[in-house]
Design a protein around this ligand. Structure first.
Ligand SMILES: Cc1ncc(COP(=O)(O)O)c(C=O)c1O
Length: 423
């Protein structure tokens, strides 16, 4: 019997919308072809991953012979790890109450799962989520997969939130009778993926003010995945958890240990100020997995109890600062700016965000992208990072995983293609 005679799998609307995530494609391309230098996926620096600290902690756990951590754990996450993460957050923002934070905090399989939970309990197909511009492309793909529309918060020439344009956009939605579709606001606030910008206090206050003026007290999600990855000094703005202007909003603050500590442990967390929203996400997490891996959480408790997180951050910050500088200087030295490309060297995070000359298409299907792959270098097309009104001339380069020598080589390859495209 041929396959054609088999009935097609009758997928749900979600199953029919599901497309291969671009991030998985980019990660696979890099893993499968070692000759290709990948400036694409946001992998972290492998050489400094905390192997000694994690090995020692695993041995201590094993020697204690306690089987508890090999058993299922609580759905919300281990209380001690939650308290540790609350303490970590409270050290960044001393006005916060660590006890309250740990009650509001839940552990997830990376902050990606928290994002999915948040959207799953808030949105129906056809709803709108307001997003930053540019935004985290995996989140945008998730919205597409859920049938949810992303509407960008307008920004000015320097990428700052444009309050007047935002008010106009929201007013237009109201006049069109569409405001009820807006279910949440999402932004990456510190050393953003992809732009590496941090929102200022004023921008955060402005966002809250404009939403309030429009009577849009919607749930807000602050994604702080890169907050700890500053090079010289921590970003100034406090989170939405302590900014007064956000007081009346249901708030979800997300962070993760994958970027700041051990990527492969894939442990992240959320902190939600709204009891009902938190409960809905926890019920749904119960349906996903009824708790993130208990042993990994126990391992993290063991390793972080000795102060390893701050130690690890002290190790990796100068490494990323040097890597950024290497890639940045390679691009400058090879003459990329002379061909009309623009970017700003970031003060933290994992990415350079490049603007190509307006008419140069750097999209996934573009000749430029194909030529880069032929030249042996991979990047994330900026077109993926916009919820709407998509420009084709941006590029995200990640300097997290490659060694400095490889970064320099990848940068030279990239500039060769850019120069050829400019001629
Ligand atoms: C802005 C942002 N949020 C969330 C995540 C998800 O991270 P993880 O699930 O590894 O914690 C990432 C990963 O790259 C990210 O860049």
């Amino acid at each position: 019997m041929s396959d054609l005679t088999k009935p097609a799998v009758p997928f749900s609307a979600l199953g029919r919308r599901a497309k291969a995530p671009t991030i998985a494609r980019l990660m696979n391309a890099a893993l499968e072809n070692p000759a290709l230098l990948s400036l694409a996926a946001g992998f972290t620096d492998s050489a400094t991953l905390p192997l000694p600290a994690v090995t020692a902690a695993a041995q201590r756990l094993a020697v204690r012979g306690d089987r508890e951590s090999l058993q299922y754990g609580p759905n919300q996450g281990r209380p001690r790890l939650r308290a540790m993460m609350a303490g970590h957050l409270q050290r960044r923002e001393p006005a916060l109450d660590a006890g309250l934070l740990s009650r509001q905090l839940f552990i997830t399989n990376g902050s990606q799962q928290a994002l999915y939970l948040a959207m799953q309990v808030l949105c129906e197909p056809g709803d709108i989520v307001l997003v930053d511009r540019p935004s985290y492309f995996v989140f945008l793909e998730m919205l597409t997969g859920m049938g949810v529309e992303a509407v960008s918060v307008p920004v000015d020439h320097d990428g700052r939130v444009d309050a007047a344009a935002l008010a106009d956009r929201l007013t237009a939605l109201k006049q069109a009778g569409q405001s009820h579709r807006i279910k949440a606001l999402y932004f990456v606030s510190y050393f953003s993926n992809p732009s590496s910008r941090s929102l200022t206090v004023t921008e955060k206050q402005t966002l809250a003010r404009v939403l309030k003026e429009q009577d849009l007290i919607v749930p807000v999600i602050e994604d702080a995945a890169y907050r700890d990855l500053f090079f010289a000094s921590p970003p100034e703005a406090p989170s939405i958890l302590s900014l007064e202007e956000w007081g009346g909003f249901p708030r979800l603050y997300l962070s993760t240990l994958t970027k700041s500590f051990a990527t492969g442990l894939k442990i992240g967390y959320g902190c939600c100020t709204d009891d009902a929203w938190l409960a809905a996400m926890l019920h749904t997490k119960g349906h996903h997995d009824f708790g993130s891996a208990n042993h990994l959480q126990a391992l993290l408790e063991e390793v972080l109890a000795g102060g390893s997180l701050e130690e690890q951050l002290q190790i990796i910050r100068p490494v990323y600062a040097r890597k950024m500088q290497t890639l940045h200087e390679t691009l400058v030295g090879a003459g990329l700016q002379k061909t009309g490309w623009r970017w700003t060297a970031p003060a933290g995070g994992l990415y350079l965000w490049l603007e190509a000359p307006a008419l140069l298409d750097t999209g996934l299907e573009s000749g430029f992208c194909r030529r880069c792959i032929a030249e042996g270098v991979l990047y994330v097309p900026g077109e993926l990072c916009f919820g709407d009104d998509v420009p084709r001339n941006f590029v995200r380069l990640s300097y997290g995983v490659l060694a400095e020598r490889e970064l320099a080589e990848a940068g030279r390859r990239f500039v060769r293609v850019a120069q050829a495209a400019g001629n």
